[in-house]
Design a binder for this molecule. Structure first.
Ligand SMILES: [Fe+2]
Length: 407
């Protein structure tokens, strides 16, 4: 192996991270780096190691060469730099003030509507149901409820520029609104989608290269819809923590949680500011100590085009055709044998995303809903008929019919 491997240096005989890899001292060393303004000359300032770009000084028709220079800096920040940046004035209120107002009031209409809609249960990854206001898939709901503000909100060139800087020209935007009310508790530090939303046991089964690669497939961001002064609890950040390769396992450990609590920084935001970070950055929503600010963010999660297979496979007709054989094998093998497990791993998706989070909400006790494979295994154990398993899979896939927004 020459010295120019694209893969991080590591012991090739070990495929999975082990306990010895998860060194708090190594983590502390990474997180004690400092961000130099010389490294990021286009940043307006560096605050607590977080580069801040004042976009209000750039015209909306800024030249392609200047955009490219900004993107080079953003790319470096997100990969080998501090892992997080602020786009101040991303939604410049002198241009987007009305759009932000209309969008925020549309979010409130959606929240009120869902509160009154029977059968809507709001799960949350990190808060008890009802403690915060949450809109899953605010992207689609915004478009359906108020297309006028939606098209003005999402034609923002800075959103395209930051997405392209990290993911290239093909990507998919999703969004979720989070409103943390006065008194709202802080989150525990964590990493984000993909592996941040797996259980520790599941995460530990992914090899080292996938642990590193997964963070390259997503860009995490948020647009502030209210001012977020320090007391309102803007996101707590640990710059450089995305560089710690076993971090998807480490963030769950008490000593890493404690280190985060002693070291986190935060940057106050104004309405219309954007914050973007590598999904492997250790972070947590802060505590809202105000009495009067409903801290409101539209969380943006942007996915690379590349996490997809080349052909579409529809599991349901395959399972329908093979169900009797699967059930017979379950019986003959005396239960869920290894060979039956391998077969199910081939036939069905083992990963439950993307999904309809209204229909299949996560909850603090479990961060991911059931996968196709888990449904099939449940069906075999409970001796379902072919019609039953097909019906369960169809229900899972169908998505939930969102009640029409009136008024
Ligand atoms: Fe998060």
């Amino acid at each position: 192996m020459n010295g120019n491997s694209i893969y991080p240096a590591r012991n090739r005989s070990k495929r999975l991270f082990s306990e010895q890899d998860i060194s708090l001292d190594a983590f502390k060393k990474l997180c004690s780096q400092e961000t130099s303004s010389e490294t990021y000359p286009l940043a307006s300032s560096i605050e607590k190691n977080v580069p801040i770009y004042d976009l209000s000084k750039y015209a909306l028709n800024t030249s392609a060469s200047t955009i490219s220079e900004l993107q080079d800096e953003w790319y470096e920040i997100l990969s080998t730099g501090p892992g997080v940046l602020i786009l101040k004035g991303m939604y410049d209120v002198s241009i987007y003030g009305d759009v932000l107002d209309s969008t925020t009031s549309t979010f409130q209409r959606i929240i009120d509507h869902e509160r009154l809609s029977p059968g809507v249960k709001k799960g949350d990854h990190f808060a008890n149901s009802g403690a915060n206001d949450r809109i899953w898939n605010s992207f689609s709901k915004h478009a359906l409820a108020d297309p006028e503000s939606f098209v003005k909100y999402y034609d923002n060139p800075w959103l395209a520029h930051i997405c392209e800087a990290w993911l290239g020209p093909a990507y998919r935007v999703t969004a979720q609104v989070n409103i943390v009310k006065p008194g709202g508790a802080p989150q525990q530090s964590h990493r984000d989608y993909h592996l941040g939303f797996q259980s520790g046991e599941s995460c530990s089964r992914y090899p080292q290269n996938i642990q590193v690669a997964s963070q390259l497939l997503t860009l995490q961001g948020a647009v502030a819809h209210t001012d977020m002064p320090f007391d309102s609890g803007p996101t707590r950040l640990l710059p450089f923590s995305q560089q710690f390769e076993p971090g998807f396992l480490a963030y769950r450990l008490p000593e890493f949680q404690a280190y985060f609590l002693s070291q986190w920084v935060t940057v106050s935001l104004n309405r219309g500011d954007g914050v973007f970070f590598n999904p492997a950055l250790f972070h947590a929503a802060g505590e809202n100590k105000t009495t009067d600010i409903n801290r409101t963010a539209n969380l943006l999660q942007i996915s690379s085009a590349f996490g997809k297979p080349m052909e579409s496979i529809n599991t349901i007709p395959i399972v329908a055709r093979c169900w009797d054989l699967l059930a017979a094998k379950y019986k003959d093998d005396g239960g869920l044998s290894l060979s039956l497990t391998y077969l199910i791993q081939t036939i069905a998706d083992g990963y439950p995303f993307p999904t309809d989070l209204d229909h299949r909400p996560p909850a603090p006790s479990g961060m991911a809903p059931e996968s196709e494979q888990e449904i099939i295994i449940r069906g075999l154990k409970d001796h379902w008929t072919r019609d039953q398993v097909v019906s369960e899979l169809q229900t899972m896939k169908a998505g939930w019919e969102y009640p029409p927004l009136t008024g």
